[in-house]
Ligand binder design. Sequence first.
Ligand code: AMP
Length: 290
Amino acid sequence: MEIVHTVRRMREIADESCARGKVTGLVPTMGALHAGHFSLVRAAQAESSRVVVSIFVNPKQFWPNEDFENYPRSFEKDVVALESLGVDHVFAPSVGEMYPAGFSTAVSLEGLSERLEGRSRPGHFHGVATVVLKLFEIVRPSFAYFGRKDAQQLRIIEQMTKDLNLGVRIVPCAIVREPDGLALSSRNACLNPRERQAATALYRALDRARRRVSQGEVNTKQLIQDVEQTIGEEDTASLEYAEIVETSDFLPAEQLRNSCLLLIAAIVGCTRLIDNALIERKEGSFQVTL
Ligand code: AMP
């Protein structure tokens, strides 16, 4: 496994892969890797002849008061894990390598990037879209793997890829959870034991909605009230938003429709967590995937 720190070397590898007709799968990450990331790597290995995992904590997707400096980092450990999984290349550029002096371009998507996460974290998705576009240009993958855990990010990357004819197939991957339901996240490492316990409220809220939907509830206001109640019962958790939106445009849905997402963001202690459930109409009834 080669660890690549420069754009130039990564480009050489990409050119050589293209010349040899290799199919490259890219898994973009910010490191502090866990089983959720590894599931993306395995999905990539199943379809690609060469797998590149990028590790880059992207300052442009954090805004000034956020946790860029304190974001968990475990580069040595990540490299050992990726090596044992049989990954071909780790692309780990420095901030200066990705954003040299004078860098001034930002990719912005209208509408989609301003709602929900974009409203809570202004500029976040510009940073995400910009870095992903750069990674696509540098690594030149045929496939790129993104977790459904970051549902709005996934939708934005799909839209950007389509709008700009990037020719990369975006592969959505299922959310990997702890046995008690908490979605794996690098930020979970910031939770103390009491907060770790409280953090399960996000999953419990989604699971409660799943049960309500299976009993025939289609009124989204009612479903959201249930979420608010479940999170409200936890002292250390405060809900930032809970919304049910159409998967296509992330606009609020009053009733459940063919494909919706129930999205939650909550602060547990000092840690901001997100989670979601996909609600789809299948054979006349709604099914909820957590
Ligand atoms: P991050 O390192 O947090 O930027 O995440 C890198 C990729 O891993 C993104 O596509 C995430 O959606 C995905 N990911 C993070 N957590 C999970 C999880 N629990 N299950 C599946 N994918 C995940």
